[in-house]
Design a protein around this ligand. Structure first.
Ligand code: SAH
Ligand code: SF4
Ligand code: F3S
Length: 449
């Protein structure tokens, strides 16, 4: 194996799954003797962990790759790796497009990085995109934070939303066992981590593929059961989970969140559209009325819960009236945060082939209108924090003001307050909120909650 000088750089695009995969791959590289290099120019192994959810995400990857491919002509010992969802989607085609690449590997192969690199170092160009069973990983991830951590609970997605590439690139659902998840969390607790976010593209599907333990007619491996079985892990003070699908969201889950003190009152439940016909065309499997009922139920149990979601505007065939239904839903629910996107046709998805595509101009205009409403609403939602004392988990320094630290409230609002990171990092601090903005807060630490 020829690995003369060993410095690596990873750039991660896309969602939290990719971030979690990157941390695991970084762990593998460090175990192999590589050292992190902040600057890609100083690394001799560069890994791009890519996203293909929308066309602009994919194009960004190509522009990064182009630069490094050029560099490889001057520095032939540079190892170039493309991992993640573009790798899975494009496979061999990526090698034709960028022949300088050494390794193209889909997300299901993240844990196999060492294996694959050994093939590269013995002189091969490698493509690893075949669907596999994801093996439990024994390598320690190199985590970006020492306070908050992600724990995968289910990989893949079995839904077939007509706009979405995720099932094509992430494969079928594979749940990890509750024992493996708990073991990870116990380890994190011992290392001093305070917050865990349980991850899945469709986390409500957790457990349906696990061999069944059925008690009184009920399958025992659900997300709700998982929350009950991990909430007492020592050291872990907060538990979050994402992403929820409205089709499977249950009142039992809401009850569990209300009952379990460590589970934060924050729900990320994408609705995508406020119009029933559009939802049907998207194959989402619920109506906007059902979505509203879920939010109402959450608010019955936890009146102050913060609610975030994703929405798409300009889906093929979306009429002005249908778009208005999305605005109406947003106006009536009052989101704390909403990730919005203009529909982007994706290769290999049904909706991309429909003739009813809207113009870029219409999509852009609708996106702007929705974004305007969202920031107005988020600002209104922030008002309720003014003067209140919120529990903030301190994660880091405020990058814009070294005299301040930053962290998040249980509702996931980014919060700044004066203080020194040493001594505060990883602590839960009661903070009186003195200033509110749409997506962040500022306050003063107080003695008692
Ligand atoms: N599993 C989650 C979301 C996964 S993708 C769910 O079911 O909600 C993250 C978000 O990207 C989606 O919620 C959707 O809003 C957006 N998205 C996915 N495909 C898209 C596309 N083709 N065009 C625009 N936005 C898209
Ligand atoms: Fe994509 Fe739908 Fe699966 Fe979410 S549930 S990842 S939108 S196919
Ligand atoms: Fe992107 Fe893949 Fe996540 S396409 S959003 S990185 S699952």
């Amino acid at each position: 194996m020829t690995t003369p000088s060993r410095r690596y750089h990873i750039t991660t695009f896309g969602c939290q799954m990719n971030k979690a995969d990157s941390e695991r791959m970084a762990g593998i590289l460090e175990e192999m003797g590589f050292q992190w290099s902040e600057l890609p120019e100083e690394a001799n192994l560069i890994l791009y962990n890519t996203c293909t959810i929308r066309d602009n995400a994919e194009q960004k990857v190509y522009s990064y790759l182009g630069r490094q491919a050029k560099r490889k002509h001057e520095q032939p010992d540079l190892t170039l790796v493309v991992a993640g969802c573009v790798a899975q989607q494009e496979g061999e085609a990526l090698l034709r497009r960028v022949p300088e690449l050494d390794l193209v590997m889909g997300p299901q192969h993240a844990n196999r990085l060492q294996d694959l690199l050994e093939q590269v170092f013995s002189g091969n160009q490698v493509v690893a995109t075949d669907p596999i069973h994801i093996f439990e990983d024994i390598t320690k991830p190199r985590r970006d934070s020492t306070v908050t951590a992600w724990v995968n609970v289910i990989y893949g997605c079995n839904e077939r939303c007509t706009y979405c590439v995720v099932p094509n690139v992430r494969g079928v659902e594979q749940s990890r066992t509750p024992e493996a998840i708990r073991a990870d969390m116990e380890d994190l607790g011992r290392q001093g981590f305070k917050e865990v976010t349980l991850l899945g593209q469709n986390i409500d599907a957790y457990g349906r593929d696990l061999p069944g333990v059925t008690v009184e007619g009920r399958h025992l491996h659900t997300l709700t059961d998982l929350l009950y079985s991990v909430h007492d892990v020592p050291g872990i003070e907060r538990i979050r989970f994402a992403t929820s699908h409205p089709r499977y969201f249950t009142e039992r889950l809401i009850q569990a969140c209300a009952e379990l003190p460590k589970v934060c009152e924050h729900f990320h439940i994408p609705f995508q559209s406020g119009d029933n016909d559009v939802l049907k065309a998207m194959a989402r499997g619920y109506t906007q009325e059902k979505y509203r009922r879920i939010i109402d139920t959450i608010r019955e149990y936890m009146p102050d819960a913060s609610i975030s979601a994703d929405a798409i505007v300009g889906f093929p065939g979306e009429t002005e009236a249908q778009f208005q239904n999305t605005l109406k839903l947003v106006a009536e629910i009052g989101f704390d945060q909403l990730n919005t996107a203009a529909y982007s046709p994706r290769p290999g998805t049904p909706a991309a082939l429909w003739e009813s595509q809207l113009s870029e101009e219409v999509k852009r205009d609708r996106l702007q209108q929705l974004n305007h409403l969202v920031s107005q609403q988020a600002a209104e939602r922030s008002q309720r924090y003014l003067g209140r004392v919120e529990e903030v988990l301190v994660e880091d320094r405020n990058p814009k003001d070294p005299g301040q630290v930053m962290g998040r409230t249980r509702g996931n609002r980014l919060t700044y307050f004066p203080g020194d990171l040493t001594g505060l990092k990883g602590c839960l601090i009661p903070v009186r909120i003195t200033e509110v903005r749409a997506f962040s807060l500022t306050g003063e630490p107080v003695g008692n909650l």
